[in-house]
Structures are given as C-alpha cells and as structure tokens.
Design a protein around this ligand. Structure first.
Ligand code: NAD
Length: 371
C-alpha cells in the first residue's frame, strides 16, 4: 500500500513496515540567526540540569557561561566540567549581580516549580532573557506576572516544552493536523511514574504547586493540545489519592481528566504518581497514531495505522536533538526578534487549564474554559 502525505511519501509493504519520519522531524526555524553563540546561565544544578548541560556541546547558537547553585563546591566542579569561568559562578544570594555579566544573555530556570516565578522576575530585572522549566509556575496569576515582567523588561520568555522540538512529536503533530488520520475523534494520553522518596520537593505543595498534574500530567495536557492544535472548551476531572500514603499528604497522586475541543475531538488523559505511563494515541475517522514512549528523552516511537496497514515510523539519525533544538531556538529568537513557539503565553494556557482541572475534580462538575 502507498499513501501520500503533503511533504513526503511513505511506501508501506505490509503490517509492521518501517518508514522514515518526514519533514516534521527537522529543526524548528526562527529566522536567520548570525553565527554567535549566546550565553546561558543555568540556575539550579539538579537532575534536569544534568540532562541539559551536556547538550550545549551540540548547540550552534548557545553556550553555557554561568552557573547558579547553593553549593560553591558543586558549582566549581560543574564549572570545571563544562568550561565555565569562575567569574560566571553565582549563589542564590548573589544571583542579581548577574546583570553585570555581559557573557550571560539568557537565564535558564531549572529550580523547583515554586521558585520559577521569583527567579524569572529576578532574571528579567537583571535584563536577561528567560528560559523557564515546566510547569511555568505554581499558579496562573504567577505566570501572568512572569509574562508581564519579561515584557516590561523587553526580554523574551520561553517555557522548556522540549517535545515541541522532538522529531517524533513534531511528526505526530504534522500527521494529525494535516488530516492524515481523517478527522481526529479521540485522543488518549497517559503520563505518570511511581514516585519514591516522600521527602522530595515534588511532594511539597509550596515547592511543587500540586502533585502529578503539575509535574508529569502536564505532558498529557500538552500532547492533547499540540496534537489537535486546538484549545479545550471544557474540562472534567476526577482525582484519586490515598491520603494515608505518606507521599500524598500535601499533593494529589492520580488525576484523570477529559478535555473537549471545539471540533468535537475529545481527549481522555491520565496523570499519576503511582505507575509508569508514557504514551498517547490519536484515533481519527481514517486511522490512528500511537506513540510509546511518547515524550521520553530519547527513543520515542510512533506507529501509524491507515486502512489495513500499520507502519512504524522510525526517528531519523538526528542532526538536531530536542534539547539543543530547544536551547538554540530561544537563542535564535533573541537574535532575530522572533517569538518562541512555546513562549510564556503557552505556559500560561496550561496553568489556566490545570487550575480548571483541579477545580473540576474539587467541585465534581465539568468546568467551562474561556476561549
Ligand atoms: P532536582 O530536585 O533534581 O533539582 C532542583 C535543583 O534546585 C537542585 O539543584 C536543588 O539544589 C535546587 N534548589 C534550590 N533551592 C531549592 C529548594 N528550596 N528545594 C529544593 N531544591 C532547591 O529537580 P529537577 O528534576 O531538576 O527539576 C527542576 C525543574 O525542572 C522542575 O521545574 C521540573 O518540573 C523541571 N524538569 C523538567 C524536565 C523536562 O523534561 N522538561 C525534566 C525534569 C525536570
């Protein structure tokens, strides 16, 4: 069987056939940047900073020029590893003096969620552009303040939604939005993991803003939105948390939510801190698309069903990975004046929907969202 897409043609010889990903796999373009590499300051040297820092080696427009940590010993160790000068090392107390460092263009906030708001405001006040990790903040009100602060300072704000730069996810968006499945009807998205240490910040309400929904369920929400390309008009959610479990004294464990979109497509989503999930499926009138793992750091896999054929779409040998793609995108936007494809406004949309999800679960009714 052969079927066409607008940008590439897949030749399918039978069930389980393998095909290369198409144009959706390419880098995200943000205008013609010059040959400079902009300097990033990494704030918070935890688990995810360890994922990000090595990826600067693959960047064309970005380099790491400063580190912010509560531990001088740790900062010196990381500085030696990543070639950051001692003049680029800051503590949380000295962070504001980063305004005097011309080697820093962008501050990347990789702190617990509850600290995103404060450090984004401080970075903007220091005249720096900001990359802020997901979820953008603890509340939509905080997110609004972050957008306003960056706008007032004339600085860009981007959220670390790496899936928008990941080839398999970009191809999935293209397939659904260009109608290769016919009319999308049902999206299912499940994200979760079995959370351990009960003393970690992810289980502390002030530092996390909430439970699984803020941390991992946001990937299900994002997928439902970026796959359909639509904004939900209503949400209905049910929470399930064993409050006698020492991990869930302050935040929720599982929350199942349903989003209804203007075209009629419905997304059924799972967010949990109790079991491992990382997948989504879109079923349309003419076929389905399945991703598992869907939003992993690497090795994401897509399968596409059309007619009687199922084809596995294999990610290409990547010129650009999601991490360096994300980092370079903001650098390019700063250089060209373009707006990031996942600017602060994108993070704010998620915060508003998450608040509606919590409200729906709390009040036991569907909540209508403003267009
Ligand atoms: P982590 O606990 O491993 O690291 C947090 C860092 O913040 C540590 O260096 C810690 O020392 C520092 N910190 C400063 N003040 C702190 C305080 N009061 N309490 C706790 N830590 C404090 O966390 P992480 O997994 O690196 O997550 C950091 C952020 O990155 C979170 O917002 C998270 O949602 C996000 N994240 C994003 C991805 C992604 O794929 N985009 C993946 C993981 C984490």
């Amino acid at each position: 069987m052969t079927f066409r897409s607008s940008r590439r043609e897949l030749l399918v010889s039978g069930a389980g056939a393998v095909a290369a990903l198409g144009a959706g796999a390419g880098p995200v373009f943000a205008g013609q940047a010059d040959g400079r590499k902009l300097g990033y300051a990494i704030v918070g040297l935890g688990m995810y900073a360890d994922v990000i820092l090595p990826r600067f080696a693959e960047c064309r427009h970005s380099r790491v020029t400063a580190l912010v940590s509560g531990s001088r010993e740790k900062a010196l160790r990381y500085a030696a590893q990543y070639g950051v000068p001692e003049s680029g090392l800051y503590s949380y107390e000295t962070f504001d003096t980063i305004r005097d460092n011309p080697e820093v263009d962008i501050v990347y906030v990789i702190l617990p969620n509850g600290m995103h708001h404060e450090y984004t405001l401080r970075a903007a006040a220091a005249g720096k552009h900001v990359m802020c990790e997901k979820p953008m903040a603890n509340t939509a009100a905080e997110a609004e303040e972050m957008i306003a602060a960056c706008r007032a300072a004339g600085r860009k704000l981007m959220i670390g939604y790496r899936s928008h730069f990941e080839p398999a996810n970009r191809e999935a968006m293209r397939i659904v939005r260009e109608g290769e499945l016919g009319r999308p009807r049902i999206v299912t998205a499940e994200t979760g993991f079995n959370i351990g240490d009960p003393t970690q910040w992810r289980l502390n309400r002030a530092l996390a803003g909430g439970g699984s929904m803020m941390d991992i369920g946001i990937y299900s929400l994002q997928a439902a939105r970026y796959l359909t390309g639509e904004e939900p008009v209503s949400v209905s959610a049910v929470e399930s948390t064993d409050r006698s479990d020492v991990r869930f004294r302050e935040v929720e464990d599982t929350i199942n939510f349903q989003l209804t979109f203007p075209s009629g497509v419905v997304a059924n989503c799972v967010s949990t801190y109790g079991s491992n999930h990382n997948r989504y499926r879109v079923v349309g009138t003419d076929g389905w698309l399945d991703a598992e793992p869907a939003t992993a750091y690497n090795g994401n896999r897509l399968r596409l069903r059309r007619g009687r054929e199922t084809v596995e779409l294999t990610p290409p040998a990547l010129a650009v990975n999601q991490f360096s793609g994300q980092l370079d995108h903001l650098s390019q936007c700063v250089m060209t004046g373009a707006e990031p494809i996942v600017a602060g406004e994108e993070g704010l949309k998620d915060m508003r929907i998450i608040e509606a999800i919590y409200r729906s679960a709390r009040e036991g009714r569907a909540v209508t969202l403003q267009a």
